[in-house]
Structures are given as C-alpha cells and as structure tokens.
Design a protein around this ligand. Structure first.
Ligand code: ZN
Length: 234
C-alpha cells in the first residue's frame, strides 16, 4: 500500500511556515510515497517541490488550493495558477482544461477564517456531468481542522457521494505532515491518480491535534518562518 498526503502548505502560502525542502525531508522520514503541496492561490512552492522531489525520494503531484467564490478547492496535477474568486463550476472546468482534477477539502468547515465549500455547492456542481469527471474526491478527514465537527459532517456527506474519500493533514507546520494520509494500491503518483479515479482509496489517520495545539504550533512557527519566507519567496 502507498501513502499520500495531498494537502500541505509551505511558506509560499500566506499562512504556511515550512520551507519546501523541509516538507520533502519530513515526508520521506515518515514514509509518505506521494505528496501534494497545495498553497493558497500560489503554485510556486509546488513547482519547486516537483523539481526537487527526485533528490528526496518522494513523488510530488503539482497542485494548488484555489479560493473559489464558494470556498476552497484543491486542484491537483496542474502546473499553473487558476484565477481565484470564480464560481465553483467555472473553476473546476478550468482545472479540467489544464489536465487536472479536484478534491473538495474540509467541506462544510467554518470559523477561524476557513472558507469551505457547502454541501449545496458540491452537490450542485456534481450534477454537471463534465464537472463530475473532474471533481473526483472529497476530503473527509482533515487532521488539523479547527472546526471539530466538520470531519463528521464531511464523512456523512462523503458516504452519500460516489467520490474518493481522502484523508489529509492540511499541515501548516512541518510536524503536522502525514497526520492524515490517503492509502492506495501501489506506490507511485500514477498509481494514486488511478486509485482516486476509481474511488478506491483508504484513510490513514493519526491522532487529530486539538485546537490549542494547532493554533499554538502555528503561531510559534509563523514567527520563525517569517525570515525564511522573506528570503525564499522574495
Ligand atoms: Zn489548506
């Protein structure tokens, strides 16, 4: 079985604290086969990871977390940015045109500035046949969500839909990487993409962090990462 964490943030996200090499080192250390760096409306960190990945023995699927007008959307297997703040369906179709596919992250979750897709937005989008071939996954376990009911709601929603159910960390600090991961048959990025398309993935869950730990570790790392952020991203 392979393991993938498909929702990780770096310093290229306004809110991430880990450098790209630090993410790759950690991913290898904890036994992940495939990762996706999904910075908010920014793809530079993901492309850097794609380039560096062979040196670290981890496979990278280039990706981005797009702010749509209806909430956050993970787009994978794309190498360019997609405009933010567009309607969900339009955004998904653009990702499809670029050869990518989508996962709905932390659906329904709210609070602390999280902008998540509602069940209504997801269901309405899936009624579009073309969209349904691109939006192939729903993240029903997010290990670092601050909205503690949201995983339960997401699981109920996911159990009603014919989508791959992923587990991710949504890590904004290095230590959180892999707290949630998606299991799949095989070990390569292509094996994972095939498994997602078939809806044939499992969930690997470590203990969820409580809100105090999530916010505390983020705040502590954020201050320290400001220097790396300025040096790397400038
Ligand atoms: Zn995220």
């Amino acid at each position: 079985m392979g393991l993938a964490d498909l929702h990780i943030h770096t310093i290229y996200s306004y809110d991430g604290t880990a450098s790209v090499p630090a993410v790759l080192i950690r991913a290898k250390q904890i036994g992940l086969d495939v990762i996706a760096i999904t910075d908010h409306d920014e793809i530079a960190g993901s492309l850097k990871a794609l380039e560096l990945a062979p040196q670290y023995g981890v496979e990278v699927i280039p990706a981005i977390e797009i702010t749509t007008a209806e909430g956050d959307l993970l787009a994978l297997n794309i190498t360019q940015k997609v405009a933010r703040d567009l309607p969900l369906i339009e955004t998904i179709l653009k990702v499809g045109e670029l050869g990518g596919f989508c996962i709905a992250p932390h659906p329904i979750a709210g609070g602390f500035g999280m902008k998540s897709l509602s069940a209504y937005s997801i269901l309405r989008a899936l009624r579009n046949i073309e969209v349904a071939q691109i939006l192939i996954g729903i993240e029903t376990y997010n290990a670092t969500t601050i909205d503690k009911m949201s995983n339960r709601y997401a699981q109920i929603l996911g159990s009603r839909l014919n989508l791959a159910q992923t587990a991710s960390s949504d890590a904004h600090v290095v230590e959180a990487i892999g707290l949630g991961a998606t299991e799949f048959e095989g070990h390569t990025a292509q094996d994972l993409i095939n498994a997602l398309q078939e809806g044939n993935v499992g969930q690997h869950k470590k203990k969820e962090w409580n809100s105090v730990r999530i916010l505390g570790s983020w705040a502590a790392n954020y201050v320290g990462s400001t220097f790396i952020r300025l040096a790397n991203v400038a």
